[in-house]
Design a protein around this ligand. Structure first.
Ligand SMILES: [Fe+2]
Ligand SMILES: [Fe+2]
Length: 306
């Protein structure tokens, strides 16, 4: 299948990342995960530039095709992604420094650059399309933050940040690094970001809207699959090296699961699992997110393979 035809999850460039969520074999616990050096090389081959995107049609769609209600729903749906990218870009430095091998650190340096590009992508989209009517990245982030639900704050500003703060002062604490990668790569990127990206891209492709945004967001998703593939490789290596790391991954997933579920729900309908955003119910969204997590966990060796 070519890179641009067929279902997006079957794209050659997505599958090239070795993210287990994209591989049927992962249901049997089987996946050839790329090594850290291979993931670095793939990063060099998968570059893209925010400045190359054209948002001319997006601006027309936003202001002339969407009504007030649709503009709000779309802006709300994107807010967690914009702020999420800013948070992960800001928090990754201590994880990179704490990684125990040089080849791991090299890859994580590339990921810091990717997360910066993702923030720049949202910054430019919001400016060119004039989503919020405010200028400046700080002002946009402040205006966007108003739309986040409380679980988002718990996940990023408590659960992730507490681990990152500890790694900043105790970089040799490998168990905390395992917990941080579980939260960052498996839950925030793997379960939440990639799930939302999948359904938002699908929705826009079906509706024929926001072509510049879709082009950029597909590139963001490809980067995220590469990041998650690093996380799966790292956690598999750690799990095989020490059973205490297996316990750390399981403990962290148990702690974070209810919070992650909360992040998937809209602020104004937290108890309505049939509520739809971008044409997909909370129930369907959750099923997609957990299926991806299960495939990755099977490959890491934490869930018995089918
Ligand atoms: Fe990102
Ligand atoms: Fe990422």
């Amino acid at each position: 299948m070519s890179e641009t035809t067929g279902p997006r999850t079957e794209r050659v460039d997505f599958r090239a990342t070795s993210d287990p969520a994209l591989l049927d074999s992962a249901d049997r616990g089987e996946a050839h995960l790329l090594g850290y050096g291979e993931l670095y090389s793939l990063w060099e081959r998968q570059h893209w530039a925010v400045q190359d995107l054209d948002f001319t049609q997006d601006k027309l769609d936003w202001h002339e095709r969407f009504d007030e209600e649709e503009r709000f729903a779309r802006m709300y749906g994107l807010s967690a992604f914009f702020i999420g990218e800013q948070r992960v870009a800001a928090e990754l430095g201590p994880l990179m420094r704490a990684a125990p091998q040089e080849d791991m650190r090299l890859f994580l340096c590339t990921q810091i650059a990717d997360e910066a590009r993702h923030v720049a992508f949202f910054d430019r989209f919001y400016s060119e399309v004039d989503v919020l009517g405010v200028e400046g990245l700080e002002e946009k982030l402040a205006a966007t933050s108003e739309h986040l639900n409380p679980e988002f704050g718990v996940l990023f500003d408590e659960m992730l940040k507490s681990r990152v703060d500890r790694l900043a002062t105790e970089p040799e604490d490998l168990e905390t690094l395992v917990e941080a990668i579980t939260i960052y790569h498996m839950v925030i990127e793997g379960m939440l970001a990639l799930t939302g990206q999948h359904f938002i891209i699908d929705y826009n492709e079906r509706e024929g809207t926001l072509p510049g945004f879709v082009e950029g967001f597909i590139n963001v998703a490809r980067d995220e699959h590469r990041h998650v593939a690093f996380g799966a490789r790292f956690l598999r290596d750690m799990a095989r090296s020490d059973p205490r790391h297996v316990a750390a991954i399981q403990r962290t997933l148990g702690e974070i699961a209810p919070v992650a579920e909360g992040v998937l729900k809209p602020k104004w309908a937290p108890d309505d699992d049939d509520f739809e955003i971008f044409g997909i119910s909370v129930t369907e969204t959750r099923a997609f997110a957990f299926r991806a997590l299960e495939r990755r966990m099977k490959v890491i060796g934490l869930v018995a393979a089918a």
